[in-house]
Design a protein around this ligand. Structure first.
Ligand code: CA
Length: 362
């Protein structure tokens, strides 16, 4: 290209750039949305994910896209958050997908399933293992587009008034535990109970229930369970890496300019990593305080773990036989999990094990 011709072309290019700016303005319209959280403000890590998300979106759009955060109960109760998104009452919610296993057990894979993935593996599956695309295919039935938006990491196995030394000790234990994990424990004689967060403490204190699982040290400490049920079991094998999601009304998502879709996706990813970081940073101190306050740590025995795994596999087979959506996602997750642990046993496991032992030696 001759120099003069190049300059001419470059000038045309610059002019095209100048007239492109109104298009940028159009891609940043004023938008006001509401996000209803399934959680109370007192659970600052998990509720806080919505605030982290909304702040990131506002900052990236010069406050043109404002998302107001509402705690559970302010617009709809926590467990109706997804319905509010499906029917368009709100544009979006922040919730745990597995709250909705009553509608369809396939919802469980959005959060955690017994003996499923840990938090790192969960993200690997969502972002790069086809998991998120599979879940969004499923959520379409409910007018929902989802973005991963937080993780608690591996949870604790809950608070028990008496020790669980053998599988037989699970017989007749009335335990506050949610949907899918409750079905697994039921096979071993546990009587699952649905109890809202604020009602767990009095139920344990009175002996209406014998055990309760919640989250982990940082959240459990606030509810004071160590005073009424001293045996604090681990791990919470039903939530190896419990993921939270932002559910967005599909039509509202589709209506957004590409710029906003990109910003929301980035903000959700920020909330996702931020929540796990907060839990990991805050759990150790909470655990020390709980043990100082009388909590007695107990691992589930290998026999109890094996019996629970066997019961979980039975529930998976039964559910897969009657639900094609569930089977499709389960059949995708299992080989992914298998490969993850093939890798995990090499570097991560050995590094962690070495450091844990080195720390114990001082
Ligand atoms: Ca839990």
């Amino acid at each position: 290209m001759k120099r003069r011709q190049f300059l001419k072309t470059a000038a045309v290019g610059a002019a095209a750039g100048a007239i492109a700016s109104p298009a940028v303005a159009q891609s940043m319209p004023e938008v006001k949305w509401r996000v209803t959280s399934s959680f109370p403000k007192s659970l600052d890590t998990i509720y806080g994910a919505s605030e982290v998300f909304a702040k990131a979106v506002a900052e990236a759009t010069d406050n043109k896209f404002q998302i107001q955060v509402f705690a559970a109960g302010e617009i709809v109760p926590g467990l109706q958050a997804s319905d509010a998104v499906t029917n368009g009452t709100v544009e979006m919610c922040h919730t745990a997908s597995y709250y909705y296993v009553g509608k369809d057990p396939t919802f469980a894979f959005g959060t955690a399933v017994p003996f499923g993935l840990n938090s790192r593996q969960q993200n690997a599956w969502f972002y790069h293992g086809g998991g998120q695309a599979l879940m969004n295919d499923f959520y379409k039935k409910y007018n929902i587009y989802s973005l991963p938006g937080g993780n608690t990491g591996c949870q604790m196995g809950g608070w028990f008034r008496k020790e669980i030394r053998t599988v037989a000790d699970l017989q007749g234990v009335k335990m506050r535990i949610g949907g899918f994990a409750g079905q697994v424990l039921q096979k071993l004689g546990v009587v699952p109970q649905q109890v809202a967060g604020g009602d767990i403490y009095p139920a344990l204190e009175k002996g209406t229930i014998d055990a309760a699982e919640w989250v982990g040290p940082y959240d459990d400490e606030k509810l004071g369970f160590n005073k009424v049920a001293p045996f604090y079991y681990y791990p919470g094998w039903w939530e190896g890496g419990a993921a939270l999601h932002f559910f967005i009304n599909q039509a509202k998502w589709d209506s957004l300019p590409a710029t906003y879709k990109s910003i929301l996706t980035t903000a959700a990813a920020l909330a996702n990593v931020d929540m796990q970081a907060k839990y990991d940073a805050r759990n150790p101190a909470a655990l020390k305080r709980l043990v100082g306050g009388g909590a007695q740590l107990r691992p589930f025995t290998p026999d109890v773990m094996e019996a629970c795994l066997k019961a979980a596999n039975e529930v998976y087979a039964e559910t897969s036989a009657r639900n094609a959506d569930f089977k499709k996602v389960y059949d995708a997750m299992v080989p992914f999990r298998n490969d993850q642990y093939l890798w995990w046993q090499i570097a991560e496991y050995n590094m962690d094990t070495f450091m844990i032992r080195a720390r114990a030696r001082g």
